[in-house]
Design a protein around this ligand. Structure first.
Ligand code: ZN
Length: 296
């Protein structure tokens, strides 16, 4: 049995699976927004599973951000109370065992590679397009971290070939750069580009409602969205050339994307043939927590 825990900003979810991936139990708690409380919450989930089912073989945790390879301290987490803390060391001390910590987008990629939409494909690129934009690479069912623990971090590369309009109607990224993929293809990014152009105050759901009612400006926004996604993914394809790309996060639930993304992407690929498919995830919101369990 393996325990996976997905540490989110508002909730912490745990899952217990057997070695075939069958879910045995699931438990969800509120994330305490402080360091000590977060650690105690994780311990309570592990203890609950082990009291009910006996000892597990491994504990994996998916979290925002990454563990710095230099200092072993957490960096880049939007759950900011974790940043600068020796999270792995403290958890291992409390639980008295090895704990695998991994970025949540990497957990998503691994989950879809092992027994999700990417099953059977050696090189899987997992993409999160939700509140933020992230990505992870799984090769032969192992997460690729990279020398600096930023492999697959696709949200903060510049979108290629930005038009004047695309430079004008976009917010500056929180990372302080201009033109990041996240500012175009995350849910809030998509909405913000629309709002700046049309002087509205919509969220992504309201734009989709207009789209479903065949409103011209929303149709155009979706068309552009797919093109933005394709331009960003073309960078990944031209370098990594993955076997399959799996989309996750709130925006991945839009059916329109899958009708058009493959054709859009082809245009930007440096190859006469292009067989990589872009598909929707299989595990939905459980991708992070299942991937965390598969980490060992
Ligand atoms: Zn950025």
């Amino acid at each position: 049995m393996k325990i996976g825990i997905d540490l989110g900003g508002t909730k912490t979810e745990g899952i217990l699976i057997d070695n075939t991936g069958k879910e045995l139990s699931r438990h969800r708690i509120k994330t305490e927004k402080n360091y000590e409380g977060t650690i105690q919450g994780i311990i309570s989930i592990v203890k609950k599973f082990e009291n009910d089912f006996g000892n597990s073989e491994s504990v994996g945790i998916g979290m925002p951000g990454a563990v710095s390879s230099n200092s072993a301290l957490v960096k880049n987490a939007n759950s900011i109370w974790l940043n600068g803390k020796p999270f792995k060391k403290d958890l291992e001390k409390e639980l008295n065992r090895n704990v695998n910590l991994e970025n949540d987008a990497n957990c998503f990629a691994l989950s879809e590679a092992v027994d999700g939409a990417g099953k059977g494909y050696p090189v899987v690129f997992g993409v999160i397009i939700g509140t933020g934009t992230g990505g992870g690479i799984s090769i032969n069912n192992k997460v690729i971290n990279g020398r600096n623990n930023i492999a697959g971090e696709w949200g903060h590369v510049n979108m290629p070939d930005r038009t004047e309009d695309e430079k004008k109607y976009v917010k500056k990224c929180y990372c302080n750069k201009n033109g990041c993929m996240e500012t175009y293809v995350s849910g809030p990014g998509f909405a913000s580009c629309f709002n700046l152009k049309h002087n509205t105050n919509y969220d992504s759901h309201e734009i989709l409602e207009e789209f479903n009612n065949n409103k011209e400006r929303a149709i155009e926004a979706l068309k552009n969205y797919v093109d933005h996604l394709a331009r960003g993914l073309s960078l990944v394809c031209n370098i990594l050339d993955p076997d399959i790309i799996v989309l996750g996060g709130g925006m991945s639930n839009i059916p329109y994307i899958y009708k058009h993304i493959n054709n859009s992407l082809k245009k930007y690929i440096f190859s006469d043939t292009f067989n990589t498919k872009v598909v929707k995830n299989l595990h939905g919101d459980s991708g992070g927590v299942r991937g965390a369990a598969w980490l060992s």
